[in-house]
Design a protein around this ligand. Structure first.
Ligand code: F3S
Length: 755
């Protein structure tokens, strides 16, 4: 290690490496010869090869070495199962797993937690034992939400982290570059491979002035979402700068970075500043703060004169409180305008439920500001008109507000305190106050509000705003209410106005850690055995895929020629299939069931090449596999667009697929296919797609000389008529060709590990 400063208080083997990172940065600066933004500095300081890496924003693919990986429980299952099949004794990079997504809100914290522990026992047991085995920190159910725990314990300025959850960027509030990825990327980093990212563009957001009144950090990102829309940040990092940056708390910056995911940004980040020092001190990490100060100028801030691809300015002096929604987080409305907008759009103005907390907004500051409004209302004898729930982001937050009285204030107000978990934010909500299909409005301090997300009811109009505004709406019970101008009536019918919120950024008496829910990996891990029941329908150990037989492939049937858009949702649907994320055999029953068969225009209805019988895609594929026959899929443009879901590549491999041949691929899916040992190939002549009939048989020729940049040949045997040939291109590099030969990237890793 190049310093004795630990990255956190929980791991004794990981140290901050500012010195090495600064050396890397100097190499890159010498080559680029221009001032760098803060986000660029963190990225380039983590390059695998700072000397040779090509760097052009928006063009090059960077090979990076992240400092750590964080996984939530829904995505961790397949990531760990895959890591296990690499045959390594422990993860190569610090990793933590967080149990937060599988806890349903019903009765309130303790009862809901107990129910979740029994319902998800086998998943939790698997995660706890596999974490212990492979040297991974395990945060059990009840510990809190991944991003809050990362902020409180692991994030620090200048670090690079990946996480298997889209709101990983939350840690940008502590000056860390934190990026949400799919499980396959996490596995690479766990297994010591560099992680690849297209060099992002950088959007600079300049903050000037200072907020006051009802305006809070949440309003910065609500406003920004309105400016950029949900797509505006795609392929870019949002970097904040300007005087306004130093006027609010570190957790407020976390909220802003968290919701950067809603504009599609790769991540968001704030430069190191005094609020981060305060937060590090308050969370017992003063040593890190002192160390960071030494590197502030050279590493932990943007260079003077650096250039952004785009600059957006927000004046905090004039920024109004906002409320965004319904159905999309970029539909931004100032609270003062909501009255007219709601009526014009016929949105239900009766607010039914107010929900605060979640990974976005459950800091001590959020809780104290929300509580200040409630106390003010209580002094007039007024309580919540709506239902009201609180989802604490972590056990530390829950215990601290329990000790300091805010929790009691929420309960007196009529609130229900839920488990420290995602709960209603991810639809884990047994909502009873309305029937499915009832048109209604809810207001939350969460980040996402897509149709049906919170309660599965497409008629629920879900709005997102700051926690203090949620409380104001809960008191008024009306979406048209504006606390800055409108009066309320007290218990005696006298009019009064709510005072603007006030709160404290950090608990004056320090944080109370609450119950200890962290399981550190044991020193001696050799005796730990990983718990997977052979009869489980939710978890299944992975068996290594067979290596390539060293020959060209002949007379392969076409499982399906898919027509038009084929996204990862068509390839591997979500919804009810989520519970099988840790069971490859079961989840493979959704393979391509959403794709349209070019032969008949139907979904999940394909002809078996040998029996002539029409059946679902997964059943037909399994039949081929069981007969020892490999198959191909023919696809259209941008095949596999959508999420980075690795199941979309694992499933066809599990079902015996050999090649996926398309007009073009979405890049992440293409890489995922390569990783699983399938051949993603492209028509050089795109008109060949039209010529192929689903009944044809396919030869793939030239595999014995597979080399970067060298085309293969596809020979097509129509049922009746002459065979014809067409060239196929691919994007394999030399290392990826090894993945194909070994049968998968993990097989290759396992072999390297054995030797
Ligand atoms: Fe959980 Fe919602 Fe955050 S699902 S991680 S609380 S965005």
């Amino acid at each position: 290690p190049d310093s004795k400063v630990h990255m956190n208080l929980l791991e004794d083997h990981s140290f901050i490496q500012y010195k090495k990172q600064l050396e890397n940065l100097k190499v890159v600066k010498g080559r680029l010869n221009r001032p760098l933004t803060y986000a660029e500095k963190i990225l380039y300081a983590h390059l695998d090869d700072p000397h040779g890496q090509e760097i052009e924003r928006g063009v090059s693919y960077l090979k990076l070495r992240p400092d750590r990986v964080a996984c939530q429980d829904a995505t961790a299952q397949m990531a760990i199962l895959q890591f296990m099949s690499a045959g390594m004794p422990s993860v190569a990079t610090p990793v933590t797993v967080h149990c937060d997504h599988l806890i349903q809100a019903q009765k309130g914290g303790p009862a809901d937690l107990a129910r979740a522990i029994s319902l998800n026992k086998e998943v939790y047991d698997f995660l706890a034992t596999s974490c212990a085995k492979y040297n991974i920190g395990f945060w059990g159910p009840g510990s809190g939400i991944i991003h809050q725990i990362v902020l409180e314990n692991y994030a620090f300025p200048g670090a690079l982290m990946i996480g298997t959850d889209s709101h990983t960027p939350n840690a940008g509030g502590l000056g860390q570059l934190a990026i949400g990825v799919g499980g396959a990327d996490a596995v690479d980093v766990m297994a010591n491979l560099p992680w690849e990212l297209k060099a992002p563009k950088i959007i600079g957001v300049k903050l000037t002035g200072k907020m006051s009144g009802w305006t809070s950090p949440k309003d910065i990102i609500l406003k920004l979402a309105g400016i950029t829309t949900v797509k505006g940040g795609t392929g870019a990092i949002v970097e904040y700068f300007g005087d306004g940056v130093d006027t609010f708390s570190c957790t407020g910056m976390g909220t802003i970075c968290n919701m950067g995911a809603e504009i599609g940004a790769t991540t968001s980040v704030f430069p190191f500043n005094h609020s981060m020092v305060d937060f590090l001190n308050a969370t017992g990490r003063g040593e890190i703060a002192d160390f960071a100060k030494l590197y502030q100028k050279e590493y932990l801030s943007a260079d003077k004169g650096c250039e952004y691809d785009q600059v957006i300015e927000i004046d905090l002096n004039t920024l109004e409180p906002h409320i965004n929604g319904p159905f999309t987080p970029d539909l931004a409305t100032p609270v003062s305008k909501m009255k007219d907008v709601a009526i014009a759009n016929d949105w239900p103005v009766d607010v039914r439920v107010g929900l605060i907390g979640s990974c976005t907004n459950s800091s001590y500051e959020d809780m104290t500001r929300a509580a200040s409004i409630i106390e003010d209302a209580a002094s007039h004898g007024v309580k919540a008109k709506t239902l009201f729930t609180v989802s604490p982001g972590s056990e530390q937050i829950r215990a601290t507000i329990a000790r300091d009285g805010q929790l009691h204030i929420f309960e007196e107000f009529g609130g229900k305190v839920l488990a420290n978990a995602c709960g209603p934010c991810i639809g884990q909500w047994d909502r009873q106050d309305i029937k499915k299909g009832d048109k209604n409005t809810i207001v939350s301090s969460f980040n996402r509000n897509f149709t049906s997300r919170n309660d599965g009811n497409p008629q629920t109009h879900s709005f997102v705003t700051s926690p203090e505004m949620v409380v104001a709406y809960a008191i008024a019970g009306d979406l048209r209410f504006n606390p800055a101008t409108d009066k309320l009536k007290d218990a005696n019918g006298n009019e009064f106005m709510l005072k603007p919120p006030h709160g404290v950024g950090l608990p004056p008496r320090g944080y109370d850690k609450g119950e200890n829910t962290y399981q550190a990996p044991p020193k001696d891990r050799s005796q730990v055995s990983v718990a997977v029941s052979p009869t489980s329908d939710r978890l299944q150990l992975l068996k290594p895929f067979k290596p390539w037989d060293g020959k060209d492939a002949f007379k392969l049937p076409i499982l399906i020629k898919s027509l038009g858009k084929t996204t990862t949702d068509h390839i591997s649907m979500a919804g009810p299939w989520l519970k099988y994320r840790g069971h490859l055999q079961n989840i493979s029953n959704n393979y391509m069931i959403g794709a349209i068969n070019a032969e008949n225009g139907k979904a999940n209805y394909v002809k078996n090449h040998y029996t002539g019988e029409y059946k679902g895609v997964p059943a037909t594929a399994a039949d081929y596999r069981d007969k020892g026959i490999r198959w191909v899929v023919i696809g259209d443009e941008n095949f596999g667009e959508g999420s980075s879901r690795e199941h979309a590549a694992l499933e066809p491999r599990y079902l015996g697929g050999f090649a996926i041949i398309t007009k073009s691929f979405a890049r992440i899916h293409e890489t995922n296919l390569k990783k699983q040992g399938l051949l993603p190939l492209n028509f050089v002549d795109k008109s060949a797609y039209e010529k192929i009939n689903p009944d044809d048989e396919i030869d793939i020729i030239g595999l014995t000389e597979l080399a970067p940049g060298k085309n293969l040949t596809m020979r097509v045997h129509p049922k009746n008529g002459e065979a014809w040939e067409t060239p196929l291109s691919h994007t394999y590099n030399a290392q990826q060709i090894e993945w194909f030969k070994y049968g998968s990237a993990l097989n290759k890793m396992a072999a390297a590990h054995k030797s």
